[in-house]
Design a protein around this ligand. Structure first.
Ligand SMILES: NC(=O)c1ccc[n+]([C@@H]2O[C@H](COP(=O)([O-])OP(=O)(O)OC[C@H]3O[C@@H](n4cnc5c(N)ncnc54)[C@H](O)[C@@H]3O)[C@@H](O)[C@H]2O)c1
Length: 433
C-alpha cells in the first residue's frame, strides 16, 4: 500500500518530534482524525504529563488530549525507536537565535541525528520548524540520505511545511488555517499534501521546500516590518503631541489599501522577533543586506527603552525619580491571554527599569514565575497592594485586567497597549506610549 493510500484509510502511523506549542496541537489533530500518532520530546516531565492526558499547551485542552491518550491513539515517548515504525515523521523543535543573533538550527540537527538510525524506505519526513530558505534541501536532505543511503525524492520523501499557528487565536487553529507544503519532488509534495489534507481543511502546494520556507519568512517579516513602522509612527506621534492609537483607528476606517497594526512595548514570542533574522542572515551570506528587516529590528528593539523613558517622564511630572521608585509591571506574557513569555518585551522593560535603580515587581495571572539569565522571578499574588506602587506599567493587555480598577487605584499608569482607552475620567495620571 502506498503512503497516500495508508493516510487515506487511516492506517498510516505518524511521529511528531517536539511536543510544544506547535507539535502538541499537531499531534492532537492527527490523532483526532484516527491516525495513530506517536509524539517524541526530550523533556521527560512533558512526556509523562501527556501520557497522563494532561496538557500544558493552552490550544490543546486536557479534555481533548485525555480521550486520545486513553484510546491509545496518541502516545508520548522520550526515545526515538518509534520512528522505525512510522510512515511520516514531522519535526517541530525550536529554532531560536544564538547569542550572536544568528540562526540556531542545533535542535533540528540533534533531532535528525536521533532519527538517523531508524530511517526506513518509503517514509515521509516533514520539517515544520521555521528556518531559512534552503535549509531543508541543503542540510536536512543530506542528513537523511546519509543515514542509510536512501535517495531523497526517490526512496524517501522530504518536505517543508511551515507552521502558522497563532497561540490563543479562538477563530483560527490547525484545522482551518491553510497549510503550505513544499516537497522536494512532485511525489514528495503529493505525499505531504495527503498527510495534511487528512486533517486540515485547505492545503496549498508550492513548487519547492525553499519556496515554502520563504512563504513563512515573508509572513513574519511582513508583521515585523509593519509593527516596526507603526512603532516609529508612535515615536513620531509622541513628538507631534498626537495619540497614535486615535490616528491608526481613524486610518483603519479606509476600506481598502490599509491594514491596521498597533504599536507596543516591542516584539515578543518565538516567531516575529526571530524569524526575519533567519532571512537576513541567509541573505548576508549571499552578500545582500536585508534593509527593511534590519531597520524594523532596530526600531522594535528600542521600544522597551522608550517605555522606560515614558515611566521616567511620568514620575518626573510628579517630582519623583525612577531611582528607588516602586514600579509594578502588569503582564509579562508577550501578548494578551496567553502564558508564553519567550522574548517578551516586558522582560526587557523590567531589566532596564532595574538598571536605572527602580524597585520592580510584576503581576501576571498567566505567568506565575519565569527564569531569565539564571534568575527566577515570581509574580505578586494579586493586586491588593496596587496603591502602594508609584507607577503601574501596562505591558500586556490581558482581558482579566480590570483597567478601571487599575486606573482608579494607581497613583500613575503608563499604558503601552491603549488598554485604558475605555476607562472614563482620571486620565491626567495615565500616560500613553
Ligand atoms: N509557537 C508558535 O507560535 C509558532 C508558530 C509558528 C511556528 N513556530 C515554529 O515552530 C517551531 C517549534 O516552536 P514551538 O513554539 O512549538 O517550540 P516549543 O519550545 O514550545 O516546543 C518545542 C519542543 O521541542 C522539544 N525538543 C527540543 N529538542 C528536541 C529534540 N532533539 N527531540 C525531541 N524534542 C525536542 C522541546 O523539549 C519542546 O517541548 C519553531 O521553529 C518555531 O519557530 C512556532
Amino acid at each position: 500500500m502506498s503512503l497516500v493510500e495508508k493516510i487515506q484509510d487511516r492506517s498510516a502511523k505518524i511521529v511528531v518530534i517536539g511536543l510544544g506549542y506547535v507539535g502538541l496541537p499537531l499531534a492532537a489533530r492527527c490523532a483526532g482524525v484516527g491516525l495513530r500518532t506517536m509524539g517524541i520530546d526530550i523533556q521527560q516531565a512533558r512526556v509523562d504529563r501527556i501520557n497522563r492526558g494532561e496538557s500544558d499547551i493552552g490550544d490543546v485542552p486536557s479534555e481533548i488530549l485525555a480521550p486520545l491518550v486513553k484510546a491509545g491513539t496518541l502516545t508520548a515517548h522520550t526515545t526515538f525507536e518509534v520512528v522505525a515504525d512510522a510512515d511520516a515523521v514531522v519535526i517541530c523543535v525550536p529554532t531560536p537565535l544564538s547569542k550572536t543573533r544568528d540562526p540556531d538550527n542545533s535542535y533540528i540537527i540533534k533531532a535528525l541525528e536521533s532519527v538517523q538510525p531508524y530511517v526506513q524506505k518509503g517514509q515521509l519526513f516533514v520539517l515544520e520548524s521555521t528556518t531559512y530558505p534552503g535549509f531543508t534541501r541543503e542540510v536536512m536532505v543530506p542528513m537523511l540520505e546519509a543515514a542509510k543511503g536512501y535517495k531523497a525524492g526517490v526512496e524517501i520523501n522530504v518536505a517543508f511545511s511551515p507552521e502558522r499557528i497563532d497561540p490563543g487565536n479562538e477563530k483560527y487553529g490547525v484545522k482551518n488555517t491553510t497549510k503550505i507544503v513544499g516537497g522536494l519532488t512532485p511525489a514528495c509534495s503529493e505525499a505531504v499534501a495527503a498527510l495534511y489534507g487528512s486533517f486540515i481543511d485547505h492545503v496549498r502546494m508550492v513548487t519547492s521546500p525553499d519556496c515554502a520556507e520563504m512563504v513563512k519568512l515573508l509572513e513574519n517579516t511582513f508583521r515585523a516590518v509593519n509593527i516596526g513602522l507603526v512603532n516609529e509612527v508612535a515615536l513620531m506621534c509622541r513628538k507631534l503631541g498626537l495619540n497614535v492609537f486615535e490616528v491608526i483607528e481613524a486610518a483603519a476606517t479606509k476600506p481598502f489599501g490599509f491594514m491596521p497594526f498597533f504599536p507596543g512595548p516591542g516584539l515578543g514570542g518565538h516567531c516575529i522577533p526571530i524569524d526575519p533574522l533567519y532571512l537576513s542572515w541567509k541573505l548576508k551570506s549571499m552578500n545582500y543586506q536585508a534593509r527593511f528587516i534590519e531597520l524594523a529590528d532596530a526600531i522594535n528593539s528600542q521600544m522597551p527603552a522608550h517605555v522606560v523613558g515614558r515611566v521616567q517622564d511620568a514620575l518626573n511630572d510628579q517630582c519623583k525619580s525612577l531611582k528607588k521608585a516602586k514600579v509594578l509591571v502588569l503582564g509579562v506574557a508577550y501578548k494578551r491571554d496567553i502564558d508564553d513569555f519567550r522574548e517578551s518585551p516586558a522582560i526587557s522593560v523590567i531589566e532596564l527599569l532595574e538598571k536605572k535603580g527602580a524597585l520592580v515587581d510584576y503581576y501576571d495571572p498567566y505567568v506565575a514565575s519565569f527564569r531569565e539569565d539564571g534568575h527566577v522571578r515570581s509574580s505578586i499574588a494579586d493586586l491588593s497592594q496596587l496603591a502602594s506602587y508609584d507607577v503601574a506599567v501596562v505591558t500586556t493587555d490581558h482581558k482579566v485586567f480590570d483597567m478601571a480598577d487599575i486606573v482608579a487605584r494607581s497613583p500613575l499608569v503608563v499604558d503601552t497597549r491603549n488598554a485604558t482607552k475605555l476607562v472614563a475620567g482620571a486620565k491626567a495620571h495615565v500616560y500613553g506610549l
